[in-house]
Write a protein that binds this ligand. Structure first.
Ligand code: TXA
Ligand code: MG
Length: 347
């Protein structure tokens, strides 16, 4: 199959909507990452998403809608969903509520809940509007690869497997949406994103974060969000997080990374400054910029054949929690405590 790349102008949107209507797959830009869409009511088309991505059958998809009315078609709306959607839609927030029978089971991988999101990206919105039905879409990467933040990333992963990619330029946020269980009274964050627990608490009065957000699930342990079970966002290089004070982290990196051409060191600007002999790659000035750059850098590392990546841990506050959640999973929870490491390697 030939994969077309089209500008998201009137013709592009028309072609994309036409493909989706007839059961085809289309990759499209959103403000978070690129999505791989199918008509939510077409079981065969949804099955083709799992096939094209190589996605495990137990990992449910997100249904993309224009807003609250569209969401109410798909799930049992709740007072909490109303509060959160009113505050943050359209935007990078996914709400989990009970699934209505009209939505095929395969969309939510057999769960009795459904994930819903109203994206703010004008191309995503134009596409949903042109279709007139919700679009089921996970991120448009091969399963296990970092989510795509450009059309070129989608092409790298899915060329020959899907008919059409709409090119909307680089994604603004760069990390996937915040996923929140909105079935109860209090929001429960299952996957952190750029809409932070603090922001959710501001409108909902309180907010909980699933403890599995920063922890590795045990073999056979129940996963509140099935995506947490899978090794995710993995670059080809082995990735290690280094936690600790600037000076302590610097000492670890001088031991493990100095002078190695195949090794990258990722950190925020200003940290690890003037450390010679390290191949330093900037995550930007703050957690928001790190979110924007992370997946791009991980893919770039693959392209350049980087074998080893060390990342100086960010503070898990605000958007930093989302960045750290992705990094912890990309590393397979390979995390060095700098102070301890330096004690053991002292001589
Ligand atoms: O920003 C995003 O969320 C992007 C764009 C395209 O909207 N989508 C995305 O989808 O990143 P992806 O590949 O992460 O898949 C959906 C995530 C998975 O982690 C899945 O486990 C979780 O949402 N999810 C979906 N339905 C769920 C449900 N009923 N209960 C709990 N988690 C669910
Ligand atoms: Mg994904």
């Amino acid at each position: 199959m030939q994969t077309e790349l089209m500008r998201p102008d009137e013709l592009g949107i028309f072609m994309a909507a036409d493909l989706l209507r007839s059961g085809g797959l289309v990759a499209f830009p959103t403000e978070t990452v690129y999505g791989l869409g199918a008509k939510v009511y077409n079981e065969a088309a949804v099955a083709a998403i799992f096939e094209a991505k190589g996605r495990p059958a137990d990992n449910p998809l997100i249904a993309h809608v224009l807003g609250i009315t569209g969401a109410q078609e798909c799930g049992e709306w709740t007072p909490l969903a109303q509060i959160l959607a009113s505050a943050f839609w359209p935007g990078p927030l996914t709400l989990i509520i009970r699934r209505k029978p009209i939505i095929p089971r395969i969309v939510s991988a057999g769960l009795d809940t459904i994930a819903l999101r109203a994206p703010s990206h004008p191309v995503a919105r134009a596409l949903i509007a042109a279709c007139g039905f919700p679009i089921a879409a996970p991120s448009a990467n091969r399963s296990g690869r970092p989510s795509p933040t450009t059309a070129a990333h989608v092409m790298d992963d899915l060329a020959g497997r899907i008919p059409l990619i709409l090119d909307g330029g680089p994604s603004e946020v760069g990390l996937e949406s915040t996923v929140v269980d909105a079935t109860g009274m209090c929001p429960l964050v299952l996957r952190p994103g750029s809409i932070t627990p603090q922001m959710l608490a501001t409108v909902a009065g309180e907010c909980q974060v699933a403890d599995s957000v920063m922890r590795q699930l045990q073999e056979g342990e129940y996963a509140p969000s099935p995506g947490m079970r899978h090794k995710h966002y993995a670059p080809m290089a082995r990735l290690t997080l280094v936690e600790g004070e600037d000076e302590a982290v610097k000492r670890v990196l001088l031991t493990l990374a100095k002078g190695r051409a195949d090794t990258w060191v990722l950190a925020l600007d200003g940290e690890l400054r003037h450390t010679e002999g390290l191949r330093f790659k900037s995550l930007g000035r703050d957690a928001g910029e790190a979110a924007h750059r992370l997946f791009y850098l991980l893919r770039q590392a693959d392209e350049e054949g980087v074998q080893r990546i060390f990342v100086k841990a960010l503070s898990p506050e605000g958007v930093g929690l989302a960045v750290m959640n992705r990094l912890a999973r990309a590393s397979g929870f390979d995390i060095i405590q700098a102070a301890e490491f330096n004690n053991q390697h002292h001589h």
